[in-house]
Design a protein around this ligand. Structure first.
Ligand code: ADP
Length: 330
């Protein structure tokens, strides 16, 4: 039986190596679920990474580790296209065509650009300004109907829609598709510090591929309700990061029990965290088993990425042909 899919989804993420709980809940879990209804194209966007990384020494390893995590989490490479951005160079061509219909002021006004420029004032390169143009090219190249992203990426999707509209208007065509944004359910997973967004660069993350012991040690460092000083103080689960993750990884009965008991100091933070570590490790068990099995044959991962490259190239080459025809290029 062939399943009729609703359309095509595209998403890309920079190769940051081993993925953490934030990546999982904010992106990967959604990537896996979307496969049921959409034809999915998932890209490891290594060219994007060049705008911010200081060294490319670990780039290959990071691509490999990330691909491994995606596969172990349930991306089905026979069905979905999983590939490395730089291996389908048509994206750079479309990026160049898009740059002709992009007002510079629009790029420098984007909040994400301003933030990056603040973070790396000595390295505001041309590529950094053009990041959203390359992202628009990524999405439009695969004629994606929908893009799953966190809220912080919303301005980029709106920007992509504008670029596609400008392109289609400028060349009096409709070859390119204006994508819709698909908001993720979990836009912000907070790190073990209990405050900032979980991120590798802040070292407040919990890696999916860690051992159960490493995971437990990390969980035990998590900051809970900051107003609860002593074991005898009642806690407030509504402001506790551990509780918000319990809601994802623990049974409804256990969540309800913690909710009640925490509020009347019936359960302490240590016990609460131990329970969370146990449930998290249990949930991650199938992922970890699959990851170990896959990592036995690293060449298989590269073969999957190469197969993805071939299938992505077919779509990309057709789009570039359509785009060139629309522009009037030979
Ligand atoms: P990128 O710059 O390519 O978005 P990241 O590693 O920052 O690379 O993120 C990859 C994906 O994981 C993105 O979709 C991002 O929104 C999601 N993500 C990363 N960290 C978190 C977090 N702490 N909470 C929710 N989602 C996150």
């Amino acid at each position: 039986m062939t399943i009729t899919k609703k359309g095509r989804v595209f998403s890309g993420a920079r190769p940051t190596g081993r993925q953490h709980l934030g990546n999982y809940l904010g992106a990967i879990k959604n990537y896996v679920a979307l496969q049921e209804e959409y034809q999915c194209v998932y890209s490891i966007v290594d060219i994007h990474a060049l705008t911010t990384v200081e060294t490319t020494e670990n780039l290959r390893q990071n691509i490999y580790e990330m691909a491994l995590d995606w596969l172990a989490a349930g991306i089905r490479p026979e069905e979905s296209i999983m590939f490395v951005q730089s291996q389908v160079p048509e994206v750079t061509e479309l990026h160049m065509f898009f740059s002709m219909v992009t007002p510079l002021g629009k790029l420098t006004d984007l909040p994400t650009f301003k933030e990056k420029a603040r973070q790396q004032p000595h390295n505001i390169n041309y590529g950094l300004v053009g990041y959203p143009v390359l992202m628009a090219a990524d999405i439009a190249l695969y004629k994606a109907d929908a893009v799953p992203v966190g809220v912080d990426q919303a301005p980029h999707i709106e920007f992509t829609r504008e670029v596609v509209r400008s392109f289609n208007f400028r060349y009096n065509t409709n070859v390119l598709v204006e994508p819709q944004m698909k908001a993720t359910e979990f836009p912000k997973v907070v790190g073990i510090d209990g405050q900032q967004k979980m991120s590798k660069s802040l070292n407040n993350h919990i890696e999916l591929a860690s051992t159960p012991d490493e995971t437990r040690a990390r969980v035990m460092q998590m900051v809970t309700d900051p107003q609860r000083m002593r074991r005898s103080d009642p806690g407030n689960p509504d402001i506790c990061n551990v509780f918000s993750l319990h809601k994802v990884f623990s049974s409804p009965e256990e969540v309800a029990m913690i909710d009640t008991e925490c509020r009347r100091a019936g359960i302490g933070c240590v016990d609460c965290k131990q329970r969370f570590a146990k449930n998290l490790n249990l949930s991650l068990e199938p992922f970890r088993e699959k990851r170990v099995a896959l990592s036995d044959k690293p060449e298989r991962v590269w073969e999957i990425l190469d197969d993805g490259r071939q299938r992505a190239s077919q779509i990309a080459q057709q789009t570039i042909r359509d785009v060139k025809d629309a522009i009037g290029l030979p």
